[in-house]
Design a protein around this ligand. Structure first.
Ligand SMILES: Nc1nc2c(c(=O)[nH]1)N[C@H]1C(S)=C(S)[C@@H](COP(=O)(O)OP(=O)(O)OC[C@H]3O[C@@H](n4cnc5c(=O)[nH]c(N)nc54)[C@H](O)[C@@H]3O)O[C@H]1N2
Ligand SMILES: Nc1nc2c(c(=O)[nH]1)N[C@H]1C(S)=C(S)[C@@H](COP(=O)(O)OP(=O)(O)OC[C@H]3O[C@@H](n4cnc5c(=O)[nH]c(N)nc54)[C@H](O)[C@@H]3O)O[C@H]1N2
Ligand SMILES: [Mo]
Length: 668
């Protein structure tokens, strides 16, 4: 991203036309990054709470007053048990410096609880690791050369624009595009075929495809023989899933499953862009396992433009020990708390296996009141008068409203960072383009100052941001050959030295070195050694009584103009989204006497959510789509879609089940 600056003011941001993956394109949100940075409501000084928790009433204080008070309180809590302090952070910035570097050092030195950062990708990552051994896959640029592209559980036009440009290139060269998604999103509408399955049934679909590929003998027997483990067992399991059985469960025509299998057999190179949308259900981890078996069966990995891409993060060798310094824990082994069940954690009285009650919560790069599941529990926890909460933020978010202290943080335009990519293979340097606004400070500077007040005098607390960025790149790894932070600062970005088709000839990072259809580690963990069809917690088959009361399945994918809960307060972007929306199928609306455009109440046992309803045949009958992730206080009833979601974990990785949620809808 390039920034035009005049007299110290950032005028606009642009994509870099030289960058091979992005080719200068910016998404709708980031194109508005200057609006966000100079937003009139930007937090520019430290604030101390004066009203009751959640009221949003604060008074400005100096940095010294805020930091002294925070350090005193943390010292007091830590003297009893430092595990009563909990950090909470995720995707506000994905930079390695302003993410988990100085912050992690601070919490490790303190001995605070560890946070399991599961809220986005944990299930899919665990599923992919079990089959491929690492978070590796196709180079996204290679999709331009694929002949078949299956977009599985991803609204690419909304969430992954740079991939979509490459898929468009392939389409213009004659590639066939399939989309596998429960609703006809923007992306599905532009693909040749749309397989519109019930949410949470992807593993069954994958088995139906395997069944058909085996029947057609569209297999690469040589690849299977040399590089995979457990084919006989997988074939036996797939035999149980003729397309008719899979189709009945998925709610799609069997002929469509056969047609997709035939395309997989016939069109080469065949590529699958699987993304995180499909793993936000109980069986999300196993769904990714089942899908990840497909390219090994057909030998698609042999071609750089074939195979599968979920995550590119395993291609980046990041020296996380240098960044986070877990050695500062010494012999201490603090407990780990799952961020996706933060509501339960905050409300836990303490004791037993849980350990001490959470007494202090330090939030940075995240907005849990809006993004975490079952928000009634989250906000009830945040409202505890005895909980000491500090929020590092750009804005007075729903979470910041519950803080004791709010500390103003810098944006991407104001601080230094280094990034690994979310989906491609380039390291990036982020240079500050302007000076920090007001009294805002980078996260690193805030944790450095807190460390000094706590008397943490290890030399690593004096590292500059540039030193941290340099240490992030693991120079011992051959894929980082020739790449260091000085070069990134000079050139902006640099591509990893990794093979375009890293598993064309095996070399899987699994314990067996093979693509593991059957996983001994899964069996040891007491789970099915083969990918398993795990149905949602909340569906007619697994919870018939609940389904009788709440017959509609709800998913809550991102709105195009927001990035999770970021950008919701940027007027130009919120104007495009207008207000929280819920897609409802006309048949479901007719059965409930609901008219297009009516305000409806979407509810279940966990809560109620008021939202504008839009009738559309883009969704399936029985499925509602509630776009996320609105700020609660900018929504009609003061709550958002996460009022309805639950905190139960996915099968693998203990991730959240945002898209595994039964509801009922009635006119408001
Ligand atoms: N505009 C925008 N872009 C974003 C984000 C954003 O908030 N806004 N968020 C970013 C982040 S943090 C992430 S993790 C990525 C996420 O991006 P993706 O991984 O691409 O996932 P989503 O866009 O969340 O959801 C994609 C699709 O999954 C579908 N889906 C839901 N349930 C199922 C299911 O059971 N099976 C299948 N096959 N499909 C299902 C939804 O209908 C939706 O169309 O996007 C990033 N990009
Ligand atoms: N129902 C439902 N819920 C979801 C999802 C869904 O699809 N449906 N998607 C989930 C996914 S994929 C994800 S990744 C999570 C994301 O959830 P979060 O990680 O909480 O991401 P954001 O909502 O973007 O909030 C990030 C906050 O960090 C702040 N921030 C940005 N940069 C900085 C910085 O440099 N310093 C500091 N101190 N703050 C900064 C921003 O102002 C913003 O308020 O949400 C999840 N929640
Ligand atoms: Mo995410």
């Amino acid at each position: 991203m390039l920034v035009s600056v005049r007299d110290g003011v950032a005028l606009e941001v642009r994509g870099d036309p030289e960058h091979p993956t992005t080719a200068g394109a910016l998404c709708a949100k980031v194109a508005r990054y200057t609006d966000r940075t100079y937003h009139p409501q930007r937090l520019l000084q430290p604030l101390r709470r004066v009203g009751p928790k959640g009221s949003g009433r604060f008074e400005p204080v100096s940095w010294d007053v805020a930091l002294d008070a925070i350090a005193a309180r943390l010292r007091d809590i830590a003297a009893r048990d430092p595990q009563a302090v909990l950090p909470y952070s995720y995707a506000g910035t994905m930079g390695l410096v302003q993410g988990e570097s100085m912050a992690a050092r601070f919490f490790h030195r303190l001995g605070a609880s560890l946070l399991d950062r599961t809220i986005c990708a944990a299930a899919g990552a665990a599923g992919l690791r079990s089959v491929l051994g690492a978070l590796r896959g196709m180079d996204v640029e290679q999709f331009a050369h694929s002949r078949l592209i299956v977009i599985w559980g991803s609204n690419s036009i909304t969430s992954n624009l740079h991939f979509w440009s490459l898929a468009q290139q392939a389409k213009r060269s004659g590639a066939k595009l399939w989309c596998i998604d429960p609703w006809r999103n923007d992306t599905a509408a532009k693909c040749h075929e749309h397989l519109q399955l019930r949410p949470g049934t992807d593993a069954a679909l994958a088995y139906g495809l395997m069944h058909e590929l085996i029947r057609l003998d569209a297999l690469d027997h040589d690849y299977i023989e040399r590089y995979t483990l457990g084919f006989d067992a997988l074939r036996a399991r797939a035999a149980e899933w003729p397309p008719e059985r899979a189709a009945a469960l998925c709610g799609v025509p069997a002929a469509q499953i056969r047609a997709l299998a035939q395309d997989m057999a016939r069109l080469k190179p065949a590529a699958i862009r699987v993304n995180y949308g499909l793993q936000r259900v109980h069986g999300g981890g196993n769904a990714v396992r089942a899908i990840a078996c497909l390219p090994a069966l057909t030998g698609a990995w042999r071609d750089p433009a074939g195979g599968l891409l979920l995550s590119s993060s395993g291609h980046f060798a990041v020296d996380s020990a240098a960044l986070e310094r877990p050695d500062l824990l010494g012999a201490r082994r603090p407990r780990t708390i799952n961020m996706s069940a933060i509501g339960d954690a905050l409300l836990h009285p303490g004791g037993g296996a849980f350990g001490p009650r959470v007494e202090a919560l330090i939030v940075y790069n995240s907005n849990p009141a809006a993004v975490a599941p079952e928000s009634a529990r989250v906000t009830q926890g945040l409202a505890r008068e005895d909980l000491f909460t500090v929020v590092l933020e750009h804005f007075q978010t729903d979470t910041a409203d519950y803080a004791d202290f709010v500390l103003p943080a810098t944006t991407q335009l104001e601080h230094l960072d280094v990034h690994k990519a979310y989906g491609h293979r380039y390291w990036l340097a982020n240079e500050p383009a302007i000076a920090p606004l007001g009294e805002a400070r980078p996260n690193t500077a805030i944790f450095r100052a807190l460390a000094a007040r706590m008397g943490f005098d290890e030399p690593c607390f004096a590292d500059s941001d540039a030193e941290i960025a340099a240490a992030a790149i693991d120079r011992r790894d051959p894929r980082n050959a020739g790449i260091d932070f000085a070069r990134l600062r000079r050139d902006g970005w640099a591509k990893l030295a990794d093979a375009a088709a890293p598993i064309a000839h095996g070399g899987f990072a699994t314990p067996s070195g093979r693509c593991e259809f059957v996983s001994a580690s899964e069996a040891v963990a007491g789970r099915d050694a083969l990918p398993e069809v795990v149905l949602p917690y909340e569906c007619a088959e697994t919870a018939p009584e609940l389904a009788a009361k709440y017959p509609l399945a709800m998913i809550s994918p991102p709105a195009r103009n927001f990035l999770n809960s970021s950008f919701v307060n940027v007027d130009a972007l919120r104007a495009r989204e207008r207000e929280p929306r819920l897609l409802l199928h006309p048949d479901d609306a007719a059965a409930r006497g609901i008219a297009d455009g009516a305000m409806v109440c979407c509810h279940n046992d966990r809560g109620r959510y008021t939202v504008r309803c839009q009738l559309s045949t883009d969704t399936r009958a029985g499925l509602v789509v509630g776009f996320g992730v609105w700020w609660r206080k900018l929504s009609a009833g003061g709550v958002n879609v996460n009022e309805l979601t639950h905190q139960r974990p996915t099968d693998l990785g203990a991730g959240p089940c945002f898209y595994d949620c039964l509801v009922e809808v009635q006119a408001a």
